[in-house]
Design a protein around this ligand. Structure first.
Ligand code: SAH
Ligand code: SF4
Ligand code: F3S
Length: 481
């Protein structure tokens, strides 16, 4: 399936054929080109990776940053000032998509003023043929376009761009390859995402992810555990295990492993204090996992369990493969095993054919489960998905009105569930200096709530006991004890 004719051995006769060695060769080679460019410019050249979309994309961006730093680019956090801007795109909803085009126009103008400027686009949006066509036609100033399956080849593609001078496009339809041990530059020194699997096989009828991320494939447990051990040695105390459906982790491996078994191994790694994971599909959440969560000292008291809709009729049309009753039963089991767990969810409003009764079922689930927070989305039609072809798409005005009602309900309940922690002392991972008030440190509870408390930057990355003094709706003001 690999479509990669541009970079044959005849173009790069001395490049190793094995990965990741091949990419290290291209990192070296790009470094030499960059040295020349820096001499010409008389200054260091900078990069900025802007991430759209989910945690998976955020982790990919860290991989891109790692490669760019090895090549010799310097990170610049303000996009407008960077010489090399990379957009790591998302296409899960149409508005994610539109934002990219809007900002790309601005970049094009900046490029006219900076002769050293380069623009690369990658990520999920690039896996759509009509997007690439549009870019070729109307955004000819883009230097490099690649997709989700060949992101590990970034160094090689960048070389091709540096040596050819023209727009380079390389998109693969799918891959079964997982390349380990490439450089990565973490955004936070004390916490990190860790991919445990890629792609998705679920084909929920509204969702474009399986089309742009390809088939589900799991990393070998030893590769994951090795990475986490190295992260721990490097000062990481919290890991977030990432996959579109972590509950089906390991099923496709030659020697199958369950997600619960993987968690038990991660738990044993010294230095790791907190374990999180995203995302859990309700249909694959096992009793084994619930029991591991109940007995674990390190797995955070938080579970993101997307429900999408409370109507069994709509859930079936969504191809979610559970009913309202099954979902509620699962929530009951989890609450019994882990009583202090915080539950969050994703909800789509306005899926084709959704009636007021269906919507009431969703509100009912929200009231019964009492989520600590919920991401609510207006259904967005994604071309190529089965739902896009369904009849009776719901009137936008009706959807908007339902969306507002849902949001109100979700927020009221979230404020109530947040308030129950008032006065307790809990362990907080100090994450950053507060953006608005530098005398405060912002940290996170095991259940994912934010707390601001007086402190200084020396606390960042440490786990500290904090008394939750004052609930401010969705976060707390606290004090170290
Ligand atoms: N794999 C995760 C979700 C990844 S996408 C899961 O199954 O839970 C994140 C969220 O975006 C989804 O949970 C869903 O609520 C929302 N979403 C996906 N496609 C959408 C669409 N076409 N319109 C609106 N929301 C969508
Ligand atoms: Fe999309 Fe469903 Fe896969 Fe989640 S599980 S990424 S919603 S297809
Ligand atoms: Fe978006 Fe791709 Fe994630 S479409 S939500 S960035 S997997």
């Amino acid at each position: 399936m690999e479509r990669n004719r541009l970079y044959t051995e005849s173009v790069y006769p001395t490049a190793p054929t094995e990965e990741p060695e091949r990419q290290y060769y291209f990192i070296d080679r790009a470094r030499k080109h960059l040295e020349e460019q820096k001499k010409e410019a008389g200054r260091p050249l900078t990069f900025c990776v802007t991430t759209f979309g989910c945690q998976m994309n955020a982790r990919d961006s860290e991989k891109l940053s790692g490669i760019l730093e090895q090549i010799g680019y310097v990170q610049e956090l303000e996009e407008e000032k960077a010489d090399f801007v990379i957009y790591n795109t998302c296409t899960v909803r149409e508005n994610a998509n539109l934002r990219v085009y809007g900002r790309l126009g601005q970049l094009g103008r900046a490029k006219k003023k900076n002769p050293h400027m380069m623009i690369a686009l990658c990520g999920c949006m690039m896996q759509e043929a009509q997007v690439v066509e549009k870019l070729k036609k109307s955004y000819g100033f883009v230097d490099l376009i690649f997709g989700t399956h060949n992101i590990y080849k970034f160094a090689e593609l960048l070389n091709t761009r540096m040596e050819s001078g023209g727009m380079v496009i390389d998109i693969w339809q799918d891959t079964d390859k997982i390349v380990e041990d490439l450089p990565v530059e973490r955004k936070y020194p004390f916490k990190s995402g860790v991919n445990i699997m890629f792609g998705c096989n679920n084909f929920c009828s509204y969702c474009i992810v399986p089309y742009v991320r390809g088939r589900e494939r799991s990393r070998e447990p030893e590769a994951i555990l090795g990475e986490i051990r190295r992260l721990a040695a490097d000062g990481v105390v919290e890991v977030m295990l990432l996959g579109q459906n972590v509950n089906s982790y390991g099923k496709t491996l030659e020697r199958p492993v369950t997600f619960a078994a993987l968690l038990r191994e991660v738990e044993k790694i010294d230095g790791i204090e907190r374990i999180r994971f995203m995302t859990s599909h309700p249909k694959d959440l096992s009793d084994e996992l619930i029991s591991v969560m109940g007995s674990s000292k390190k797995i955070c008291r938080h579970l993101h369990l997307p429900v999408q809709s409370g109507s069994s009729r709509i859930l079936e049309k969504m191809n979610r493969r559970y009913t309202k009753e099954q979902y509620l039963e699962l929530v009951g089991k989890i609450r019994k095993a882990v009583p202090d767990i915080s539950l969050t969810t994703d909800i789509i409003v306005g899926f084709p054919g959704e009636t007021e009764e269906d919507f009431q079922e969703t509100l009912d689930v929200v009231r019964k489960v009492r989520y600590d927070s919920a991401f609510t989305f207006i259904y967005s039609k994604r071309s190529g998905t089965p739902a896009a072809a369904m009849e009776d798409q719901v009137e936008p005005a009706v959807v908007k009105e339902r969306f507002n009602r849902l949001l109100k309900e979700v927020q009221e309940i979230a404020a109530q569930t947040c308030a129950v922690h008032q006065g307790t002392v809990q362990t907080v991972l100090a994450e950053s200096v507060n953006e608005h008030d530098p005398s405060l440190i912002t940290g996170r509870l095991s259940n994912n709530l934010l707390v601001h408390f007086p402190g200084d930057s020396s606390m960042i990355g440490r786990l500290l006991p904090v008394e939750l003094k004052e609930c401010r709706g969705f976060y707390y003001l606290g004090e170290r004890v």
